[in-house]
Design a protein. Structure first.
Length: 279
Protein backbone atom coordinates (compact mmCIF):
# COMPACT_ATOMS: atom_id res chain seq x y z
CA UNK A 1 0.00 0.00 0.00
CA UNK A 2 2.85 2.43 0.67
CA UNK A 3 4.43 1.60 -2.54
CA UNK A 4 1.25 2.43 -4.36
CA UNK A 5 0.79 5.49 -2.33
CA UNK A 6 4.30 6.51 -2.96
CA UNK A 7 3.77 6.03 -6.67
CA UNK A 8 0.68 7.97 -6.47
CA UNK A 9 2.31 10.75 -4.60
CA UNK A 10 5.22 10.63 -6.92
CA UNK A 11 3.03 11.25 -9.93
CA UNK A 12 1.26 14.27 -8.42
CA UNK A 13 2.30 17.91 -8.97
CA UNK A 14 3.02 19.71 -5.83
CA UNK A 15 1.86 23.25 -5.15
CA UNK A 16 5.33 24.60 -5.48
CA UNK A 17 5.94 22.84 -8.76
CA UNK A 18 2.76 24.29 -10.30
CA UNK A 19 3.52 27.81 -9.13
CA UNK A 20 6.97 27.83 -10.53
CA UNK A 21 5.98 26.83 -14.10
CA UNK A 22 6.20 29.64 -16.74
CA UNK A 23 2.82 31.35 -17.48
CA UNK A 24 1.57 31.18 -21.08
CA UNK A 25 0.85 34.68 -22.62
CA UNK A 26 -2.80 35.32 -23.60
CA UNK A 27 -2.05 38.52 -25.73
CA UNK A 28 -2.24 38.34 -29.58
CA UNK A 29 1.00 37.96 -31.43
CA UNK A 30 2.96 41.13 -32.19
CA UNK A 31 2.44 41.00 -36.01
CA UNK A 32 -1.31 40.94 -35.51
CA UNK A 33 -1.18 43.91 -33.21
CA UNK A 34 0.88 45.81 -35.77
CA UNK A 35 -1.67 45.04 -38.49
CA UNK A 36 -4.55 46.16 -36.32
CA UNK A 37 -2.73 49.37 -35.45
CA UNK A 38 -1.99 50.00 -39.12
CA UNK A 39 -5.65 49.46 -40.06
CA UNK A 40 -6.76 51.76 -37.28
CA UNK A 41 -4.35 54.44 -38.44
CA UNK A 42 -5.54 54.00 -42.06
CA UNK A 43 -9.17 54.21 -40.97
CA UNK A 44 -8.43 57.37 -39.01
CA UNK A 45 -6.61 58.85 -41.99
CA UNK A 46 -9.51 57.97 -44.31
CA UNK A 47 -12.01 59.49 -41.91
CA UNK A 48 -9.93 62.65 -41.61
CA UNK A 49 -9.59 62.82 -45.41
CA UNK A 50 -13.32 62.34 -45.98
CA UNK A 51 -14.13 64.90 -43.31
CA UNK A 52 -11.67 67.38 -44.80
CA UNK A 53 -13.01 66.78 -48.32
CA UNK A 54 -16.56 67.28 -47.11
CA UNK A 55 -15.51 70.52 -45.43
CA UNK A 56 -13.78 71.65 -48.63
CA UNK A 57 -16.89 70.84 -50.71
CA UNK A 58 -19.06 72.79 -48.29
CA UNK A 59 -16.66 75.72 -48.40
CA UNK A 60 -16.56 75.60 -52.21
CA UNK A 61 -20.37 75.63 -52.34
CA UNK A 62 -20.47 78.56 -49.95
CA UNK A 63 -17.88 80.45 -52.02
CA UNK A 64 -19.77 79.71 -55.25
CA UNK A 65 -22.97 81.05 -53.69
CA UNK A 66 -21.06 84.10 -52.49
CA UNK A 67 -19.57 84.67 -55.96
CA UNK A 68 -23.02 84.28 -57.55
CA UNK A 69 -24.46 86.83 -55.14
CA UNK A 70 -21.60 89.23 -55.77
CA UNK A 71 -22.06 88.81 -59.54
CA UNK A 72 -25.74 89.70 -59.23
CA UNK A 73 -24.91 92.74 -57.13
CA UNK A 74 -22.24 93.77 -59.65
CA UNK A 75 -24.70 93.52 -62.55
CA UNK A 76 -27.23 95.53 -60.56
CA UNK A 77 -24.59 98.17 -59.81
CA UNK A 78 -23.57 98.27 -63.48
CA UNK A 79 -27.20 98.80 -64.45
CA UNK A 80 -27.56 101.59 -61.89
CA UNK A 81 -24.30 103.09 -63.10
CA UNK A 82 -25.57 103.13 -66.69
CA UNK A 83 -28.83 104.74 -65.55
CA UNK A 84 -27.00 107.32 -63.48
CA UNK A 85 -24.62 108.03 -66.37
CA UNK A 86 -27.58 108.60 -68.67
CA UNK A 87 -29.20 110.92 -66.14
CA UNK A 88 -25.96 112.82 -65.66
CA UNK A 89 -25.62 113.18 -69.44
CA UNK A 90 -29.19 114.46 -69.72
CA UNK A 91 -28.64 116.88 -66.85
CA UNK A 92 -25.41 118.15 -68.43
CA UNK A 93 -27.15 118.73 -71.77
CA UNK A 94 -29.99 120.53 -70.00
CA UNK A 95 -27.54 122.73 -68.13
CA UNK A 96 -25.67 123.50 -71.34
CA UNK A 97 -28.91 124.49 -73.04
CA UNK A 98 -29.89 126.56 -70.03
CA UNK A 99 -26.52 128.27 -69.92
CA UNK A 100 -26.67 128.92 -73.66
CA UNK A 101 -30.16 130.39 -73.33
CA UNK A 102 -32.42 130.65 -76.38
CA UNK A 103 -29.73 131.99 -78.69
CA UNK A 104 -28.98 128.64 -80.44
CA UNK A 105 -32.70 127.96 -80.91
CA UNK A 106 -33.37 131.47 -82.22
CA UNK A 107 -30.46 131.19 -84.65
CA UNK A 108 -31.82 127.96 -86.09
CA UNK A 109 -35.42 129.19 -86.37
CA UNK A 110 -34.45 132.52 -87.93
CA UNK A 111 -33.05 130.73 -91.00
CA UNK A 112 -36.54 129.44 -91.82
CA UNK A 113 -38.54 132.65 -91.21
CA UNK A 114 -39.33 135.19 -93.95
CA UNK A 115 -40.92 138.60 -94.24
CA UNK A 116 -44.03 138.30 -96.40
CA UNK A 117 -44.56 141.37 -98.61
CA UNK A 118 -47.78 141.91 -100.52
CA UNK A 119 -49.36 144.89 -102.23
CA UNK A 120 -51.58 145.13 -99.13
CA UNK A 121 -48.92 145.14 -96.42
CA UNK A 122 -46.34 143.09 -94.52
CA UNK A 123 -46.41 139.97 -92.43
CA UNK A 124 -44.32 136.95 -91.51
CA UNK A 125 -44.13 133.36 -92.71
CA UNK A 126 -42.00 130.29 -92.02
CA UNK A 127 -41.12 127.14 -93.92
CA UNK A 128 -43.45 124.48 -92.59
CA UNK A 129 -42.59 121.54 -94.85
CA UNK A 130 -41.03 120.68 -98.17
CA UNK A 131 -41.36 118.11 -100.93
CA UNK A 132 -39.44 117.22 -104.07
CA UNK A 133 -40.74 120.30 -105.94
CA UNK A 134 -40.36 123.07 -103.40
CA UNK A 135 -41.09 124.40 -99.94
CA UNK A 136 -44.34 125.47 -98.30
CA UNK A 137 -44.42 128.64 -96.20
CA UNK A 138 -47.08 128.89 -93.50
CA UNK A 139 -48.49 132.33 -92.71
CA UNK A 140 -51.68 134.00 -91.49
CA UNK A 141 -54.53 134.21 -93.99
CA UNK A 142 -55.21 137.90 -93.31
CA UNK A 143 -51.63 138.65 -94.42
CA UNK A 144 -52.25 137.39 -97.97
CA UNK A 145 -56.04 137.43 -98.47
CA UNK A 146 -56.14 140.87 -100.11
CA UNK A 147 -52.98 140.26 -102.14
CA UNK A 148 -52.62 139.00 -105.65
CA UNK A 149 -51.73 135.34 -106.06
CA UNK A 150 -48.02 136.12 -106.09
CA UNK A 151 -46.18 137.45 -103.02
CA UNK A 152 -42.58 138.32 -102.22
CA UNK A 153 -40.62 136.54 -99.49
CA UNK A 154 -37.48 138.19 -98.15
CA UNK A 155 -34.75 137.05 -95.79
CA UNK A 156 -31.25 138.40 -95.18
CA UNK A 157 -31.44 140.83 -98.11
CA UNK A 158 -32.55 138.09 -100.51
CA UNK A 159 -36.00 137.73 -102.04
CA UNK A 160 -38.09 135.00 -103.67
CA UNK A 161 -41.46 134.94 -105.37
CA UNK A 162 -44.14 132.63 -104.04
CA UNK A 163 -47.71 131.70 -104.91
CA UNK A 164 -50.57 131.41 -102.44
CA UNK A 165 -51.28 127.68 -102.49
CA UNK A 166 -54.18 127.33 -100.05
CA UNK A 167 -56.19 129.42 -97.58
CA UNK A 168 -58.26 128.62 -94.50
CA UNK A 169 -60.13 131.75 -93.51
CA UNK A 170 -61.90 130.02 -90.62
CA UNK A 171 -58.58 129.37 -88.88
CA UNK A 172 -56.82 132.44 -90.35
CA UNK A 173 -54.09 130.30 -91.93
CA UNK A 174 -52.60 130.14 -95.44
CA UNK A 175 -49.79 128.40 -97.29
CA UNK A 176 -47.43 129.95 -99.85
CA UNK A 177 -45.61 127.64 -102.24
CA UNK A 178 -42.04 128.66 -103.00
CA UNK A 179 -40.06 127.19 -105.87
CA UNK A 180 -36.52 126.35 -104.91
CA UNK A 181 -34.97 125.96 -101.50
CA UNK A 182 -33.33 128.91 -99.77
CA UNK A 183 -29.93 127.92 -98.38
CA UNK A 184 -29.94 126.96 -94.71
CA UNK A 185 -33.72 127.10 -94.36
CA UNK A 186 -35.01 123.88 -92.81
CA UNK A 187 -38.70 122.99 -92.41
CA UNK A 188 -39.97 123.65 -88.90
CA UNK A 189 -43.02 121.38 -89.24
CA UNK A 190 -41.98 118.65 -91.66
CA UNK A 191 -43.67 115.96 -89.59
CA UNK A 192 -47.25 117.08 -88.91
CA UNK A 193 -47.14 116.12 -85.26
CA UNK A 194 -48.41 119.09 -83.27
CA UNK A 195 -46.52 120.37 -80.28
CA UNK A 196 -48.70 120.30 -77.20
CA UNK A 197 -48.33 123.65 -75.40
CA UNK A 198 -48.92 123.84 -71.66
CA UNK A 199 -49.59 126.83 -69.49
CA UNK A 200 -46.25 128.12 -68.25
CA UNK A 201 -44.19 126.77 -71.15
CA UNK A 202 -41.64 129.18 -72.56
CA UNK A 203 -42.36 130.43 -76.08
CA UNK A 204 -40.21 132.04 -78.72
CA UNK A 205 -41.87 134.33 -81.28
CA UNK A 206 -40.01 135.22 -84.49
CA UNK A 207 -41.30 137.75 -86.96
CA UNK A 208 -41.04 141.10 -88.70
CA UNK A 209 -42.85 143.68 -86.54
CA UNK A 210 -43.16 146.95 -88.47
CA UNK A 211 -41.02 145.32 -91.17
CA UNK A 212 -38.08 144.74 -88.81
CA UNK A 213 -37.21 141.24 -90.01
CA UNK A 214 -35.53 138.72 -87.74
CA UNK A 215 -37.05 140.06 -84.52
CA UNK A 216 -37.19 137.62 -81.60
CA UNK A 217 -39.29 137.93 -78.45
CA UNK A 218 -39.95 135.47 -75.63
CA UNK A 219 -42.68 134.84 -73.13
CA UNK A 220 -44.76 132.06 -71.66
CA UNK A 221 -47.97 130.30 -72.56
CA UNK A 222 -50.67 132.10 -70.62
CA UNK A 223 -53.66 130.04 -71.69
CA UNK A 224 -54.44 127.12 -74.00
CA UNK A 225 -57.72 126.57 -75.81
CA UNK A 226 -58.77 124.04 -78.43
CA UNK A 227 -58.02 126.49 -81.24
CA UNK A 228 -55.73 129.17 -79.80
CA UNK A 229 -52.69 129.64 -77.61
CA UNK A 230 -52.45 132.82 -75.55
CA UNK A 231 -49.03 134.21 -74.68
CA UNK A 232 -47.50 137.25 -73.01
CA UNK A 233 -44.61 137.34 -75.51
CA UNK A 234 -44.47 140.73 -77.21
CA UNK A 235 -45.86 140.99 -80.74
CA UNK A 236 -46.72 143.90 -83.03
CA UNK A 237 -48.14 144.44 -86.52
CA UNK A 238 -45.95 142.51 -88.92
CA UNK A 239 -45.53 139.55 -86.52
CA UNK A 240 -48.69 137.91 -87.91
CA UNK A 241 -47.94 134.58 -89.55
CA UNK A 242 -44.74 134.02 -87.58
CA UNK A 243 -44.07 130.80 -85.66
CA UNK A 244 -44.58 130.32 -81.94
CA UNK A 245 -41.88 127.82 -80.95
CA UNK A 246 -41.42 126.06 -77.61
CA UNK A 247 -38.04 125.59 -75.94
CA UNK A 248 -37.64 122.19 -77.63
CA UNK A 249 -37.86 123.80 -81.06
CA UNK A 250 -41.38 122.54 -81.85
CA UNK A 251 -43.82 124.85 -83.59
CA UNK A 252 -46.94 125.03 -81.41
CA UNK A 253 -48.78 127.85 -83.16
CA UNK A 254 -48.95 130.59 -85.79
CA UNK A 255 -49.27 134.15 -84.49
CA UNK A 256 -52.42 135.78 -85.82
CA UNK A 257 -53.39 138.72 -83.61
CA UNK A 258 -52.78 140.76 -80.50
CA UNK A 259 -55.37 141.61 -77.92
CA UNK A 260 -53.62 144.23 -75.88
CA UNK A 261 -50.65 144.66 -73.57
CA UNK A 262 -48.96 141.26 -72.97
CA UNK A 263 -51.88 139.42 -74.58
CA UNK A 264 -51.26 137.90 -78.01
CA UNK A 265 -52.78 134.90 -79.74
CA UNK A 266 -51.49 132.13 -81.99
CA UNK A 267 -53.59 129.57 -83.86
CA UNK A 268 -52.55 126.09 -82.79
CA UNK A 269 -50.46 124.50 -85.52
CA UNK A 270 -52.63 121.39 -85.64
CA UNK A 271 -55.42 123.56 -87.11
CA UNK A 272 -53.36 123.59 -90.33
CA UNK A 273 -54.47 119.99 -90.77
CA UNK A 274 -58.04 121.15 -91.38
CA UNK A 275 -57.48 122.42 -94.94
CA UNK A 276 -53.82 123.24 -95.62
CA UNK A 277 -52.18 119.82 -95.58
CA UNK A 278 -52.94 116.16 -94.99
CA UNK A 279 -51.80 115.15 -91.51
Amino acid sequence: MRGRGADTCGSRMTFDETWNEPQRSRLPPAPLLASVAALAALAASCYALVHERSSLDSERSARRAEVTGLSRRLRALEGRNATLSSRVGTAERTLRRRDAGIAPLAKRVLRSVFTVETDAGLGTGFIGWQDADGVYVVTADHVVKDASSSVTLTRANQSWRGDVQAEDAANDLAVIRLNGRPAGAEPLWQSPSPGRPRVGDQLLLVGSPFGLSGTVTTGVVSRVKAKRVQTDAAANPGNSGGPAVDKLGRVVGVLVSGGGENINFAIRIDRACAKLRTC
